[in-house]
Ligand binder design. Structure first.
Ligand code: SAH
Length: 361
């Protein structure tokens, strides 16, 4: 009777799949629409809570062995919540297999941005990033990404307007789940691709794949691609980002050009400003030369100190000087405001403090 593999959670399925699921379980197809409504619009946390389903059906599902996955629609458990004075809300969510991940809701005039994780941990080991210290546990599945958006919506009682893949993990190591999650956010939660940003530090040969798979899967690639540059030359970049030694800056930029050509979208470059390391006028000048010719936008991110204090925040005035230096060279630039600093705002910080207080990875 069951067509789907065991334990395939309902969350992440679209309307046609939910209709097929209902029929495969001896129900009328319209039950699929009801499931859709309860999963996405109402945010149900269990099948049992979906009171519109016939009681006998819910009992039948509840009686099924757990490995059938019926009792589990794919929602996480909230393990911890940290709310900053500015309203930024960071959640530590627990997965069915006992792992934990972070997601953040960032409110700003009329907007609610959810910063989602694509992996538990991250293998990229960027020297300034808290997540990178602990290595990778595993990639997240579609429902675990969508669940983060639903969890923030539930906790903050507000509809998310934007989603950025800037939490834990490297999205380009989990392309299929990331694209399926984007599909679900758009088709099932009513978001627009243009309100979604995917951030990557660069994984060799994956940017053209991302573009091609997005076009195949979503019909178009209108989400914003943000590329974490963080240095204007290969030498400094590979000091900060160890994985960059296998991916020369020129090759990364060439892949960015191909991505732009394939998708027709401009991209953003992210640049973490580390005091005295990459925030000097000569870096701004070199960066402006590097991004010249790109239809791009540079987003400066003042370093958010993490427990393993290896770097320093840029000196007062350095951020503004860097911004002006780029602007004077006609580079479109903005500075990302630091939000929720009192809520362990840096990527991976909350999880590290709560799960791994010793900081041994
Ligand atoms: N793996 C993706 C997403 C990571 S998080 C990527 O690297 O792009 C999103 C951004 O936050 C990245 O640009 C990352 O370099 C940056 N970041 C990580 N730790 C930071 C910190 N302590 N302070 C400021 N920005 C940080």
């Amino acid at each position: 009777m069951v067509e789907l593999p065991p334990a395939t959670p309902l969350l992440g399925m679209g309307l046609p799949e939910l209709e097929r699921w209902a029929v495969a379980h001896g129900q009328a197809a319209f039950r699929g629409r009801q499931l859709h409504d309860w999963l996405y619009a109402k945010g149900a946390r269990s099948l049992d809570a979906i009171s519109v389903l016939p009681k006998a059906f819910r009992e039948q599902l509840a009686a099924a062995p757990p490995e059938a996955g019926f009792d589990w629609i794919g929602r996480s458990r909230e393990l911890h919540r940290s709310v900053a004075r500015d309203g930024t809300t960071k959640l530590l969510l627990g997965t069915h297999d006992g792992l934990s991940l972070e997601t953040v809701g960032i409110p700003a005039e009329g907007r609610l941005t959810v910063c989602v994780s694509s992996q538990v941990g991250c293998p990229m080991a960027c020297s300034f990033c808290a997540t990178g210290k602990g290595g990778l546990q595993r990639s997240l599945a579609v429902h675990e990404i969508v669940d983060q958006v639903l969890s923030v919506r539930e906790v903050m009682d507000q509809r998310p307007s934007h989603v950025v893949f800037m939490g834990m993990g490297e999205p380009l190591l989990n392309i299929e789940a990331v694209l399926a999650a984007i599909d679900c956010l758009c088709s099932d939660l009513g978001m627009a691709q243009r309100q979604i940003t995917v951030s990557t530090v660069g994984v060799p040969k994956t940017l053209p794949t991302l573009a091609a798979r997005a076009l195949e899967r979503l019909g178009r690639a209108q989400f914003t691609l943000a590329v974490s540059l963080h240095a204007p030359d290969q030498r400094l970049r590979q000091e900060l980002i160890p994985t960059a030694h296998t991916y020369p800056l020129e090759a990364l930029l060439e892949d960015c050009r191909r991505y732009v050509a394939l998708t027709g979208r401009r991209l953003s470059f992210e640049y973490v400003l580390l005091g005295g390391v990459n925030d000097q006028p000569r870096h701004a000048e070199a960066l402006s030369r590097l991004v010249r010719g790109f239809q791009s936008h540079v987003n400066l991110i003042p370093y958010n100190p993490i427990a393993e204090e290896q770097f320093q925040r840029p000196a007062p005035g350095a951020v503004e000087a860097f911004r002006r230096a780029l602007q004077a060279r006609h580079v479109a630039v903005s500075v990302r405001a630091s939000r929720g600093l009192d809520a362990d705002a840096a990527c991976g910080q909350l999880r590290r403090r709560l799960i791994d207080p010793g900081g041994n990875g």
